[in-house]
Write a new protein. Structure first.
Length: 283
């Protein structure tokens, strides 16, 4: 069983990338489970034709963990992808990581981890104990960073590298960084910037996903890009990502950057700034 986790800044496109990756994997006749580890619970929505499935944490609160069955928490989506949403507490109350911990404990009790590939879609803005659970407890053995060329996105990816290093200090842990996924924002020289970041932390870009309006069209039709536009070049990008992950053998303990180093790399790829000299003229 191959267990992978996609981490990255909120809003960077982890869920879109994860869902399309799962769709590309299941199209290769692999059995796939996707586990959404974000309180927004929207990781699996496009795999479920737009449906927001009940979260494990909500079901535990409503019915009690001992009363739940596998059918209560695991839902079948696109071409058989098994979908789970961990969920989280009410806003401002409790720890969002608790939903992840409770989900994994329940899925273990129900013997749910029985797939060719398990994809964990994990929030990476704050790598607290709960959000680091897939790495810390040995569930996710391969970590992939989803980032753009934006500084805050790279900053979050760098923080996740720090978490991998800390967790890897435990000799019993097997989590390693498998690569960086550049989810483009159409910034100047973006792929080269993300590649430079990946190289600096000791890794590499494993896939480049171009920015495309097809994503919005697909989501408005409650589908992944892979389902909505199977012949598109964007679908091919997700298929190449799936291939790269399935055949990947390059896993590292990364070397996180100091913030000054990260900013220096980002500045080196900025286009020259040409202020509009007429912008302050009176009209």
């Amino acid at each position: 069983m191959k267990q992978i986790a996609l981490y990255g800044k909120g809003g960077i496109g982890k869920s879109t990338t994860s869902a399309n990756l799962s769709a590309a994997l299941v199209n290769k006749d692999l059995s796939v489970m996707q586990i959404g580890c974000d309180p927004k619970r929207d990781s699996t929505r496009m795999l479920m034709a737009g449906t927001l499935i009940p979260t494990v944490l909500d079901l535990i609160r409503e019915r009690g963990e001992e009363n739940l069955t596998l059918e209560d928490v695991v839902f079948t989506g696109y071409k058989g992808v098994r979908c789970v949403e961990a969920g989280g507490p009410e806003p401002g109350v409790g720890c969002a990581g608790r939903g992840i911990i409770a989900t994994f404990q329940l899925l273990e009790r129900l013997s749910a981890f029985d797939e060719d590939v398990i994809v964990y879609d994990v929030l990476g803005d704050v790598v607290c104990g709960g959000f680091a659970m897939p790495m810390r407890k040995g569930y996710a053995q391969e970590i992939y960073l989803v980032t753009s060329g934006e500084l805050m996105s790279l900053y979050a990816a760098n923080n996740i590298c720090k978490a991998i290093v800390r967790i890897s200090q435990n000799v019993r842990q097997v989590c390693r960084l498998g690569g960086v996924i550049c989810n483009s924002r159409n910034l100047p020289d973006e792929e080269n910037l993300v590649s430079a970041f990946a190289t600096a932390v000791g890794s590499r870009i494993i896939a480049y996903i171009p920015r495309s309006e097809i994503v919005q069209h697909a989501e408005l039709h409650n589908q992944t890009v892979v389902e909505y536009a199977p012949e598109s070049s964007l679908t091919r990008s997700y298929e190449l990502l799936a291939d790269a992950i399935l055949t990947n053998s390059e896993f590292v303990i990364p070397s996180p950057l100091e913030i000054e180093e990260l900013e220096k790399i980002a500045r080196s790829y900025l286009p020259k700034f040409h202020p509009d000299l007429n912008s302050h003229k009176k009209i």
